[in-house]
Design a protein around this ligand. Sequence first.
Ligand code: PAF
Length: 282
Amino acid sequence: MKVISTPAAIQRIAQEFRKQGLTIGLVPTMGWFHEGHLSLMRKAKEKTDRVITTLFVNPMQFGPSEDLDNYPHDLERDCKLAEDCGVDILFAPEKSSMYSDGFASAVHVEGLTDTLCGASRPGHFDGVTTVLAKLFNQTLPHIAIFGEKDFQQLAVIRRMVKDLDFPIEILGHPIVREASGLAMSSRNTYLKDNEMEAALSLSASISQAKEFAKEKKSAADIIVAVTKKITKHKECSIDYIEIVNGINLKSCAKIDSKSQILLAVKINNRIRLIDNSQLLEN
Ligand code: PAF
């Protein structure tokens, strides 16, 4: 596996792959790999001839009081894990090569970014779509794969790719969970042992919500029950609990096959965890 650090170099390599008729699979990440990331890399390997994983903790998608400076980072560890999954190129650019002096552009997706994480993290999705537009132009992928844990992010990316005619197939990959049910996330590393029970209330309350959906309870009743189950833990403060249509992310009152529950919860005001699930299995 090669490690590349400049946009010009990765673009040359991607152009060369394309000249040779090879397909490129992209897995964009911010590093500190866990099984969720590795499953995306394996899927890319299955589907394409060359896999590029990007590792860039993108400052543009972090708010001023968020965890940019503490975001877990270990390039050597991540290189080993990516290589073991058959990644061909790890692209890990410096901040200065991604955002040079005078950088003044942004990609904004209207509507889908106004609610949920977009409402509680202003500017976050502009950071995500801007960096992805750059990474897509740098790595020239045929397909790009993203985890469904960031459900709203995936919807926003699909919208951007469609609207801006990026010739890229976007694939979502199911959430990978710990045996305990906790959705895998690089941010889980911040959790202390005594915060684990509170963190597990997200997946536990989603399981309960799915049971209630089967029993035809209304969205409002399900949200009340989930709120109760989570706030039982004094460590938890709710950022949002919403049931939306999984395609347009608009709130839905009646549960149907498209209904998706999405949660964002802060643990001890330090760690913001998200989780989601379709409520009724197809
Ligand atoms: O999901 C992430 O890790 C990031 O938002 C992404 C897509 C790599 C963009 O920085």
